[in-house]
Design a protein around this ligand. Sequence first.
Ligand code: HEC
Length: 245
Amino acid sequence: MSFLAFTTSAKTEVSSNMKKVVNGAIAATGLTASYILYQDSQSAQAMTAAEHGLHAPGFEWSHNGMFDTFDHASIRRGFHVYREVCAACHSLDRVAWRTLVGVSHTNSEVREMCEEFEYDDEPDDEGNPRKRPGKLADYIPGPYANEQAARAANQGALPPDLSLIVKARHGACDYIFALLTGYPDEPPAGVQLPPGANYNPYFPGGSIAMGRVLFDGLVEYDDEKEIRYQGFDLDHWFVLCVRLG
Ligand code: HEC
């Protein structure tokens, strides 16, 4: 689903409660299937708390309210965090550059960003492969050429594509935020981790290949707002958690 689908169709109140979304005006856009999966995942919980991971608390997301007043600046900051931090390891395969135009960035800003990347072009008359700069219709390129390269760079673990991650995880945004901000300084006493693994109580099983990536002041924004790791300045997650899903 694109940003635009949300902005044009969501005049009704849309909350993170999937049921309301499905009942609302945007039911036809593909959320129905993910809601059914979500329902399935609700019933498949015969695991212990440790296997399942800690239940993420409910955070106050600005998108739990009305969608027609969403904050362009926050989406911009969210994409900035993706580019500066997450894009080193995670792709956003299903998101085309044009999705950002008029939502978080101007047309010329997005053009500038996509032109920084080279894409395969039609071969020349002699069949030699050619490259061209990115266009708005292209999809945002991922950091690795293929899954093997991604695993090789991450001790065998695969950083999942983030385009649909919100829908794919029980707890959606709440889970992802809790996961990213929930790394304790030390694993609890007695917890044995495999080499290279990190402890995170929100990740099922507690042992996750992704280390802590967010720190206070890590990213600077062009609107001078700095990423705040703790607290309720969650707007920069907006883009990762809902808009691009
Ligand atoms: C240095 C590489 C790296 C960076 C940077 C990174 N990740 Fe990850 N991420 C990983 C790896 C590897 C995994 C797979 C973990 C596993 O399966 O144990 C992962 C897993 C995840 C998951 C899935 C967790 C689950 O439930 O399966 C989410 C969500 C995620 N990352 C979000 C992010 C976001 C958002 C950012 C940026 C703020 C980010 N990551 C930055 C490497 C990275």
